[in-house]
Write a protein of this length. Structure first.
Length: 435
């Protein structure tokens, strides 16, 4: 496919001006025909030379992309032409993806190859496909751009933020997680005995093992670890209330990312993790399981699960939990509570969970409402809005207090702070031996 370039368009200005002059001077008409013929000949010659250029394009992209991250796509170009090729490359992405770094520009000498890269930033999880790549080659005289289409369709699966999981794994390997866990033990005391080691200044006196100290003639301390082989069950509400967004990320995706981070930590600590995703019915179910593959099972079950504009059936989800999960679990339910109907169901179902399971209710705070109450109203309309927001927060706080009074744990948190505070609460529950 040949596309005219601005050079060719400007070249046609010359015969157009001559044609205007020939309208007043008929002797110029033969000259106009000669100019038109010369331009047409140049166009044909340049087009023919452009078709002789040969190029090969190979692309490399991962099969799994991370949501909201820059995922690299590599291109390898090799010239089989006898002249220098000046190229401009574009690519087809997919819906809900942003392409960064395109168009790419390159110049290739005869027989030369080069590697280029650009980035794809997905905004939605699921199964998609990268499309074709289009390369425009400038012809030798610069009159045309020959466009080549390389069919490089490549299926990809957009998972939650896997790069954050890898960063967490690196942190754990550097023993920061171990130090964090050791500091958390002080809140709840001892759990499972791990080993004996030399006493340090940061240890408590009660950790000293006096028998071992007497045998070795130096202070020896007992080191404990958090109890393992316990169960965590995530309950992900995928109904309409979880479609609300903060910073272009839905509450559901904040909850899913927190599940994966906590699942990674729990699996490393020897616990078993499972998941129920639901709206009007159960959309995904992963029974509690441990081992290094546990977080990946969660990812595979939920990478294409999205919140929808339907009312969630909490009764069905809790009934599924009661039937399919018999062993005691820490049940972590992510919800957004804005009305009495949802609050009543949660109060009733949470009471039914006790004492078999330990419920932890994660309730999202609305950052816009919090921000509204921190500013002064300037007119009557804003005053009414502030009053409504204050009433909603008062009702919400009453709901949270009631849930805590019924024996449930509640984490009241802004979406952006969810992951860190949920990890803290998990370690606190382990250290206090609540599970």
């Amino acid at each position: 496919m040949l596309i005219p370039r601005p050079t060719l368009v400007l070249l046609f200005v010359v015969p157009a001006l001559l044609a205007l002059l020939a309208m007043g001077d008929t002797s110029l008409r033969p000259f106009v025909w000669w100019v038109n013929g010369a331009i047409l000949l140049l166009m044909l010659i340049d087009a023919g030379l452009g078709f002789r250029a040969k190029l090969r394009l190979l692309h490399t992209a991962p099969d799994v992309f991370s949501l909201g991250r820059n995922n690299r796509v590599m291109l390898e170009l090799r010239s089989h032409a006898r002249r220098t090729l000046h190229l401009k490359i574009r690519g087809d992405g997919f819906q809900y993806a942003e392409l960064k770094g395109l168009p790419l520009v390159a110049s290739l000498q005869p027989g030369e190859s080069c590697n280029l890269e650009y980035y794809v930033t997905p905004r939605r999880r699921g199964a998609f496909a990268l499309g074709a790549h289009y390369v425009r080659i400038i012809t030798p005289l610069g009159l045309w751009a020959r466009q080549l289409c390389f069919e490089t369709r490549h299926g990809v699966r957009v998972y939650p933020d896997l790069q954050a999981l890898r960063a967490f794994e690196l942190t754990a390997r550097q023993d920061r997680e171990v130090g964090f866990r050791r500091a958390t033990r002080l809140k709840g005391g001892e759990s499972e005995f791990a080993r004996l080691r030399e006493y340090t200044r940061d240890d408590e006196y009660r950790a000293i093992d006096w028998k071992s100290t007497a045998r070795r003639q130096k202070l020896i301390a007992r080191e404990y670890q958090l109890e393992s082989n316990q169960n965590l069950m995530f309950m992900l509400d995928a109904g309409r209330l979880m479609t609300a967004e903060t910073n272009q990320i839905s509450y559901f995706d904040y909850a899913l990312n927190a599940c994966l981070m906590l699942g990674q930590m729990a699996a490393r600590n020897g616990d078993r993790v499972g998941l129920i995703g639901f709206d009007v019915k159960v959309r995904a179910f992963v029974p509690p399981a441990g081992g290094p593959g546990a977080p990946r099972r969660l990812i595979q079950a939920c990478y294409d699960l999205h919140p929808s504009l339907v009312e969630s059936d909490y009764d069905r989800a809790f009934a599924e939990l009661a039937v399919r999960v018999r062993k005691r679990c820490l049940v972590i339910l992510f919800v957004q509570v804005l009305d009495e109907a949802v609050a009543d169901v949660l109060q009733r179902r949470t009471r039914a969970l006790l004492p078999r399971h330990l419920p932890l209710l994660v309730v999202f705070r609305d950052a816009d409402i919090d921000a509204m109450l921190q500013t002064a109203a300037v007119d009557d309309a804003e005053l009414y809005a502030h009053a409504a927001a204050a009433e909603l927060l008062r009702w919400r706080q009453g709901f949270i207090s009631d849930m805590r009074g019924r024996g449930a744990l509640v984490l009241d948190v802004r979406p952006r702070e969810l992951t860190g505070k949920l990890l803290d609460r998990y370690l606190e529950i382990k250290a206090r031996q609540l599970l």
